[in-house]
Every structure is written in structure tokens, then in C-alpha cells.
Write a new protein. Sequence first.
Length: 584
Amino acid sequence: MGRFNLLDEPWISVLPADTDEKRDISLLELFRHAENYQTLAGEMETQNFAVMRFLLAVVQTVLSRFDLDGNLLPGVSVDERWIQTEAVDEDDQEDYCETAQNEWAALLKRGSFPDVIVRYLEKWRDRFYLFDEEHPFCQVNQREMDAIMKKIPKRSQPTTIYGKNLNRTISESENKPALFTPIAPSAKKDRSSKDLLTEAELIRWLLTFQGYSGLADKVSLAAEHQRSSKGWLFDLGGICLKGENVFETIALNYLPGSPRGIADHDFAGAIQRPCWEMIGSEVVSRLCASVFIDNLAELYTNWSRAVYIDPTLNQNEPATVHVVKLPEIEHTEQSLEPMTLWRGNEAGPNKGHQTPKKHVPEQALWRSFGLITMDMTPDHKAQKRPGVFLQFQRLSRTAGSRLIDLAGISMQDDGNATSWLPVDEISDQLRINDLVVTDTDPKGWITWINNAVETTKEVASVIFRSYLIGICEVRDLKVSNPMDAAAAGFIQREIAALYADIDPAFKEWLAAIQPEDEKEEKVSEWYVYLRRLTLAHGEALFRSSTARDLTGIEKEGKAENVATVYWSFIGKLSRKLGRRECVE
């Protein structure tokens, strides 16, 4: 008999609309009253991202088959468990997509999820037990794990992962205790308390682990020509839209009908295959056979590991799970993935292809504005945009002018290619008007804002950096490769300090843009502020200079000191920001 059913047991951490005290709710409660909760409120933003994608898989599955009243969409047929029996015929695809998109607009207007989602989940109640001997959620059973191990003759047992490895707020290895964790050991030299997880914590971290695994565990089912997965989410520069409540956030990221236009293929009416509609061995065999994922529900519930948890485990015992690495899935632009940044590759195994681009630590999301909004790079190469960007266009047609939060989420790794251990998360967001961000005319808002972004990055990372290099040269510090450690630290620290002031100001300026604003005037307004802010940082360094800085050095037969470097910096800054033209 199964235990801890996700439909009924509270496990999804949320922040209610009427209080700042978070609580856990069940899956059925969420889909019945998602509009009453502000946001997902798990232990980490990466965890929230993983849980949100699971919730999206439910919505993608149900609303790809039924309208809000529970009627089948055009061209869809289902069996007694409401599984779509075949893909929508090509002759019905146009009607299917139009109906699905109209239903999405009606869903937003309705402001809550339809009852058909709850009725669908009830049909699959037996697949949502965390502990079960036959169909444990997001896991294989003992029989399936035994069959997997028979295919790995050199390994007699799967890798054992403990609670402190699953819990990414700890991420402690067996060899070195993690300091300053939110959970203290129960006694000296006893770290077992760090392995304790409630059932609710275990399922949240299990979903997160399937997305952000790393490669530290050794047992793999991947063939010689395949790479082991470190978790699909681990490689993403995650992008999603955030609404005023949990319902809006899920609805805004739900792609109605089909991810048409996300990849080079058209997947209108493809059969959604979430992991719970398949038995564990089927999920594993599809990954091992490198079956191309043509539907978002399967992508959102992708496994990086075959996981087995003893169904008799209870929360008073240290949490232990047994895992085997599975092959990774398609990483190029052919993937349907709609929630990531993309980058081109000039070398390596993916040369000539675009692959997901992770967010950079300490780098605000606005600096990736072009990767989010532009379909061409500066050198006129095609740029794959995040698929959820298309939602802005749908929103502008449906709801008109409104502010939307765009969030970025990534997991930072340790840089070790043999382990790829998760070490920290990267999270940021910006707010923008949907009519502004959908103004893709060559002389529209997107072009003007992107030029402002690139100019701002040039001011901080080129002009201001050049000033800092000049100061280092005056101080007789080596700035050519390899750069003196003191010089490198000084430059990095000062640029970071400048960006720390630019980031909130740029976000505020971006959020304040209205569609009817005069573009040149609005961008010039930012340049005036940027010039004042950068000059303030430059002047502070000049005023703190020493007598040695004023004495300076002789360079190419000319005297150079902090004053000459400073006035050169002012000249470069004025030439860059003193003019008002923004669109070439």
C-alpha cells in the first residue's frame, strides 16, 4: 500500500496572500486555490524552479487535451485514463492551436485553474505516492532497480545518496563536514541529524536533485557514446515569468497548444508524456535509447537518475536514496526547452550549434537582455530566444499593457568537470512592461533598450576598466598577462562596486518605461544618470590617490600619473555618453 500521496499530503511550500508565514499545501489544494498564494516558497529558488516545472507539466498535460470546461480539444482523443492516444492530425493542428491559445487567454481572465485538472490528478492517484512498492513517484521500484544493475556488470550496487547530499542548503560530502549549515549536528562527531528529512522535504529535494545532480556519483547506465546527465536544469540559464500569485506564475509559463516556433520542428498536438504516465522502466529505457523529447511535460519531468527509495523509510531515520546515472538529453537548439538563455558555440563538440547558457555569478539579469529578446546577434547570426519570451507577445494581445517580472535562476557549479558539484545558486529578476518588450520593430523599444544595455556594459567593463588599468600602471603594477594579483583584485573589486550601483538603477529605469514614452529622451535620461554614477566612482578613486600616484611614471617618453589617467577617462566617458543617438 502506498504512503504519502502528493495529492493529499502538504509538501509544496507557498507564501499565502494574507500572511508572510509560509506553509506547505498539497497538490490538490494548490490547483484548487493557487490564486490565494503569493509565490512558491521552498528552501531555495532552484528548488522553486524545479517544483514549478513539475506543476507546469501537470498543466501542459491536462490543457493539451481538454478545454476549461473539460471538453476535448479539436483532434484529440483519449483513453479511459485520459491519456492522449495519438498526436493531433496535421489537418486539425491549426484549429487545435487556435483553440488552445484562446483557452489560455480565457484561463488568464478566469484567474484560477479549472476543475478538470483535479479530476485528471484523481485518475492518476496511484502514481503520486512518494513511498510505494510498485509505482513510487519519480523513482523506480526494487525490481526495476535490480534489472538496471544487471546491465552494469562492474557495479554490484547503486550509489547511496544521503539526506545531507540531497539538501542543497547543506551539500555535505562524506569526507568533509559543511560549516555554517542551517542544521546543526545532534552530537559531537555525529552528523546523522543532517540526513534527516521530512516526507515533504524529501519530495521537494528529490525533484530538485533530478534537475541539479552533478556527476560526483559513479554508477552510470550511460553507454560509451553517451554522456551521463548532471541534471537537465543544471545546464540551464533558467528563465521564467512571475505573476502576482502562484496561479498567474504557472499560467504565464504554460505554453498553450504547442511549442510551435521554439525549435526547428512543429510539435503541435504532440502527446504529452509526463513521467507519472509511464512506469519507471519505460522512463529509463527512453533515455537510454536517446528518444528525442517532443513534448514539454516529458522535458519538465526528465530524470537524471534512476532513483530507488526503500518504501519502508520513515522520517525519523536518516534519508537515504540509491541512484544510477542516466544518459543526458539533447542539449542543442533542437531541444524544445523554452526556459533558458542560449549561446552559439564556436568550438567543441557542439560547434555550430546553440546550447543552453548558464547565468554568470554576480552578473545581473539585465546584462543578458539581448539573449532574451533579440533574434539576431550583433554579427547578424540567428539567436535562439527563450520560448517563454513568446508569452509576452501573447500577453500584449490578450491583456494589453502590464508589468511582468522576468526571473533568472541557475545553479553554480564547482568548475570541476569530474564532479560538477552544486555550490551556490544564482537568482535575479527584472520587471518590464509587456508592450515595451514586444516592440520588436528595428527602431522599436527592444533595439533601443538593448543598445542601452550594451553601452552600459561597455562603460563599466571597457571604459571604467581602462581607467583602473591606468591607475595600476601608475602604481607600477603588472597589467599584461599574467596580470599582477593585486592589480587583478583591485580591478575586479572596483568594477563589481560600480555594477552594484548600476544594477538597481537600471532595473528601476527599465521598469519605469512606458510604451508611449519618447525613446531617445528616455534612453538619454539613463545615459545622463550612468555618466554621473560612473564619474562619481572615478572621482572617488582620484581623490583617494597618494603622492606616489601623483608622481606617476614615464610611459613612451611622456609623464603619466593618476591625474592624466583620470582626465583621459573623463574624455572617453564624455565621448561615449555625451551624444544622444542610440540607434545606429
